[in-house]
Write a protein that binds this ligand. Structure first.
Ligand code: SAM
Length: 289
């Protein structure tokens, strides 16, 4: 059965193909996201919903509004949040975390007793806190006196605001082992869970557009996770972003990407790390450079 079109939608015309090209071009230029024609209704619905909230009835008027100075910039952050997919959860891909703690960390030479991890495209923060839990647990178990920190970055401001609060519905944490839930989260009266303050203090969240990495001061990282982000970009852009990420990894450091997201990518400084059903690479150590 066809879903009926809500009344308010009728006050905004269907987006024609030319209009769709214009909007998908804007999205690609500014975020890298490649919205194919088959996903036209996803883009159209997001734009129309936002137009309705603001009282626009013409796509062109809304488009011009987005291009106009400060107001346009602020509105753009809201629209981008609506058009990006923030689906995520704690321990989404256990293989990547196993590879980190069982294969990579035991061999990695930690410089100056400081370990820094980065969750790229962190959405609402679940991957960042998963990394913090894995590092905290590993360092305690191996009795290493190492300071660690995690940075989560994303293009969506509302997603980052949620990440900073660290409050999640129960289904988001269901992959975590019970002992980690007990140790790192506390249950609230309404049934949600909040990440413990001590762990939240190890994680910070920053706004960062992956297309503008060269304009940001990014410290060198030991561990970079970029999972379920590249899927929204075309192949060339995926490779460009990965090459750029490599520049921000310390010698010997780790890069983990989503399985199947850039299978044939090669970089002269990176070596594939096999095992644990994960797509991971280590950077050559400084003696090799
Ligand atoms: C599906 S979530 C992935 C979350 C998490 N990494 C995971 O694996 O569960 C994809 C995230 O990528 C972000 N994103 C999309 N384009 C981006 C860009 N150009 N720069 C930074 N983040 C971007 C989206 O806002 C979204 O939060």
């Amino acid at each position: 059965m066809m879903t009926p079109i809500p009344d308010w939608m009728n006050s905004i015309n269907e987006m024609d193909d030319q209009e769709f090209q214009r909007w998908s071009r804007l999205l690609k230029q500014r975020t890298g996201m490649d919205v194919k024609y088959a996903r036209k209704s996803f883009l159209t619905t997001g734009v129309r919903l936002r137009m309705r909230e603001l009282g626009f009835t013409s796509y062109n008027d809304y488009y011009q509004h987005l291009l106009s100075g400060r107001k346009g910039k602020i509105e753009w952050t809201t629209l981008v949040d609506r058009l990006t997919i923030h689906e995520t959860r704690f321990l989404r891909h256990p293989g990547s975390i196993k590879l980190l703690t069982e294969l990579f960390l035991p061999e990695y030479r930690i410089d100056e007793d400081h370990l820094q991890a980065w969750s790229v495209g962190c959405a609402t923060g679940e991957e960042s806190y998963t990394l913090a839990i894995a590092l905290d647990d590993y360092l305690k178990r191996s009795q290493r006196n190492v300071y660690y920190g995690v940075v989560g970055s994303d293009i969506s401001l509302p997603a980052l605001a949620k990440a900073r609060k660290g409050i999640y519905d129960a289904h988001r944490i269901k992959n975590l082992p019970q002992q980690h839930i007990n140790r790192y989260l506390s249950k609230k009266e309404n049934g949600q869970y909040q990440v413990e303050k001590a762990l939240r203090e190890r994680v910070c969240f920053n706004l960062l557009n992956l297309l503008e990495m060269d304009q940001d001061v990014i410290h060198k990282m030991d561990i970079v996770f970029c999972q379920n982000v590249l899927i929204y970009f075309d192949k060339d852009l995926r490779y460009t972003i990965l090459d750029e990420l490599v520049k921000h990894i310390n010698p010997g450091g780790l890069l983990v990407i989503g399985v199947g997201e850039a299978i044939n990518w090669k970089n002269p400084h990176m070596q594939r790390l096999h095992g644990y059903d994960a797509l991971a690479y280590t950077k050559e150590s400084s003696d090799e450079q």
